[in-house]
Design a protein around this ligand. Structure first.
Ligand code: BG6
Ligand code: MG
Length: 219
């Protein structure tokens, strides 16, 4: 039976990809590195350190661990500053409605995000009250595609993986959900999240009615 829902944050509840893009672009420009939207897509769902490594690999650059950390921190400072302009109007369409509906129906709800800034983002959106459990980039060491963050969230809700549905927009996020034994809902195009149990193009279509209709024997 489904008793809990675990949500990724960036790309599911709000669209921070553009803000991440702008911060990585500024850093890359300063460093003389190539960075474009296609490369930014590869950073979807993965941790900050994994992200800078993808950019460095693409540019055939190698640096010491300390230098990498310093640059990742610089990018993060720019990203965090840009979050100040985020408001309650910045939910992806449909996200707040779904979270509200899950609260009304009494489901357990957790966040399962790779971001170390998840609490700040939730506060900007005024979304903290929708979650019983917050799993973020500080909760586990191994990031997606490892299932650890979702297993952490399920454990904190006292639920086994097969009692939970994970909502994810990243290919590696769906990989993580499947490896952990969770049911999965992918948000985005077939090429990215077609391996999820159920897929919607956007959160707007991802209503509780649709989810229940699809997983009907589990409700
Ligand atoms: C994920 C984003 O949610 O968080 C990634 O999809 C990002 O793009 C990752 O790299 C880590 O975020 P942060 O806020 O800790 O740098
Ligand atoms: Mg995401």
């Amino acid at each position: 039976m489904i008793k809990g829902f675990i949500f990724d944050l960036d790309g599911v509840i709000t669209d921070t990809a553009e803000l991440h893009f702008e911060a990585w672009k500024k850093l890359s420009d300063e460093m003389g590195w190539y960075f474009d939207r296609e490369l930014n897509e590869q950073l979807r769902g993965i941790s900050r350190l994994d992200s800078i490594k993808v950019i460095m690999n693409h540019n055939k650059v190698s640096l010491t661990d300390d230098a990498i950390t310093e640059l990742a921190t610089k990018k993060n400072d720019m990203y965090v500053a840009s979050l100040d302009s985020m408001t309650q109007d910045d939910y992806l369409p449909g996200a707040r409605e779904l979270l509200t509906h899950l609260r009304t129906e009494g489901f357990n709800v957790a966040l399962g995000s790779a971001s170390k800034n998840a609490i700040k983002v939730l506060e900007q959106l005024n979304a903290t009250h929708f979650f019983d459990v917050i799993g973020d980039g500080n909760s586990v060491t191994k990031s997606k595609p490892a299932p650890d963050i979702f297993l952490y969230a399920a454990d904190k809700m006292n639920l086994p993986a097969n009692n939970c549905i994970v909502f994810e927009d990243a290919e590696k996020g769906i990989d993580a959900a499947k490896t952990g034994g969770f049911y999965s809902v992918g948000i985005g195009p077939e090429e990215r999240v077609g391996h999820a149990d159920l897929r919607f193009n956007t959160m707007k279509e991802a209503t509780l009615f649709e989810v229940k209709s699809f997983f009907k024997e589990l409700f």
